[in-house]
Design a protein around this ligand. Structure first.
Ligand code: ZN
Length: 268
């Protein structure tokens, strides 16, 4: 972290503390400040997930290096090993994806006091979605890890590497960069899902909504997301998900930090 980032984060924590205490004393914050606070909350969840996934992956790499042996043999890693590696990732990821959805849903309701939803159902949907989604996600992460491991071990033999060089190569598979990509993307997806849960309930109540694509400042320059900033849509696919042309809700790409807002559709 640069000293400027550091200063920014200290400042942002201080401002957040002030806003929190204002809210605690009953002050209703204007929408922009509430959004800003919600975004800080999301960054906190993101940082928490990056940390947790990072810890799990680091430990797994250590374990993998032990099991591989010298010369390395991927056959030494049993199906049980990969199953338990998957279970560890699920345990790290799932609770944070649930929390993110619920935070996001709460944010919409704070913004739109006129909306009535069944909060128990929102919670249950968040849990159901996170269970199913995290299982599939981790299956994909494991499959990619196994492929990359296989490729790295092949390179070890082809290029006559040392075990240290092999471990260096594997650090990109099990290291902080991948933990960050996974975490940022999945927090975005969970936040969209939290929004979707509320949207689905409103659809069931026959309430017409529209959705607006919102980019984080750093996504304004993204080729995919930049042009979508602030674009409203009232198109929904058969699952009730808002569509912007060919794109469904964020994330639009790995590390996407966009989100969408729902609002009551204008009467036509
Ligand atoms: Zn984006």
């Amino acid at each position: 972290m640069t000293s400027q980032d550091n200063l920014r984060s200290q400042l942002s924590n201080a401002v957040k503390a002030i806003l929190d205490s204002l809210e605690d004393s009953g002050v209703v914050l204007p929408g922009d400040l509430r959004h800003w606070k919600a975004f800080r909350k999301r960054e906190t969840l993101e940082a928490k997930l990056i940390r947790k996934v990072g810890i799990v992956q680091r430990a797994q790499l250590g374990h993998i290096m032990e099991l591989l042996g010298d010369p390395p043999d991927v056959g030494n890693l049993s199906e049980e090993f990969w199953d338990s590696a998957g279970a560890e990732l699920i345990a790290a990821i799932q609770p944070i994806l649930i929390e993110t959805q619920i935070e996001q849903a709460r944010e919409i309701l704070d913004d739109n006091p006129a909306i009535g939803v069944n909060w128990t159902a929102v919670n249950q949907n968040a849990i159901d979605w996170a269970r199913k989604y995290t299982f599939d996600l981790v299956k994909g992460i494991n499959a990619t890890s196994r492929d990359l491991l296989q490729t790295s071990v092949s390179s070890y033999f082809e290029q006559q590497m040392t075990i240290g060089q092999l471990e260096g190569m594997l650090t990109s598979t099990f290291g902080p960069v991948r933990a960050e990509i996974i975490s940022v993307t999945e927090i975005t997806r969970a936040a969209s899902q939290g929004e979707q849960v509320v949207l689905d309930q409103l659809h069931e109540q026959g309430i017409e909504m529209e959705a607006t694509w919102e980019t984080n400042d750093d996504e304004l320059v993204c080729d995919i997301c930049g042009p979508l900033d602030g674009i409203n849509t009232d198109e929904f696919d058969s699952d009730g998900q808002p569509q912007w042309g060919d794109l469904g809700p964020p994330p639009a790409h790995p590390r996407c930090r966009c989100w969408f807002n729902i609002g009551f559709a204008e009467k036509k």
